[in-house]
Design a protein around this ligand. Structure first.
Ligand SMILES: Nc1ncnc2c1ncn2[C@@H]1O[C@H](COP(=O)(O)OP(=O)(O)OP(=O)(O)O)[C@@H](O)[C@H]1O
Length: 117
């Protein structure tokens, strides 16, 4: 949009983040899991590269959960009737989160295991 100030864009993005956190239990769970992982990372003293991997991994899960939420809202806006394409869109978006979350568990294990054993 023309004439929109950068400050407005940040305000809208922040409003979207607040709405998603308020409405999506899964997003709150992923944020809480990231906070726990960051706390443990601080305690065990992750290296700079380990922090980069952890931040990218947690960021991917949270970002995909936000995109999944946006897909859900968009599908609901288009139709509240049962439609195979609506199901496919929601299920595929959910699968993206599942893949990222599954990989995050494996990566978390690989990162933390050497520090905790
Ligand atoms: N309009 C629709 N047509 C067909 N299937 C749908 C439709 N809406 C939802 N579904 C099916 O129901 C599942 C759950 O949909 P819903 O919108 O409740 O998402 P959700 O994952 O439960 O969302 P939330 O994270 O908000 O709880 C979808 O993954 C999809 O399989």
């Amino acid at each position: 949009m023309r004439g929109v100030r950068e400050r407005d864009r940040f305000a809208w993005a922040w409003a979207g983040m607040k709405a998603a956190v308020k409405e999506e239990a899964h997003l709150r769970f992923h944020l809480a899991a990231a906070v726990v992982a960051f706390a443990v990372g601080g305690i065990v003293g992750l290296s700079r590269w380990e922090w980069i991997v952890l931040l990218l991994t947690a960021g991917a899960v949270i970002t995909l959960e936000l995109v999944n939420t946006a897909v859900e809202r968009t599908v609901d806006l288009v139709t509240e009737e049962f439609h195979p394409l609506a199901k496919a869109a929601k299920d595929i978006a959910a699968a993206a989160v599942l893949v990222a979350a599954g990989l995050a568990v494996i990566i978390g294990g690989l990162l933390f295991w050497p520090h905790l054993r």
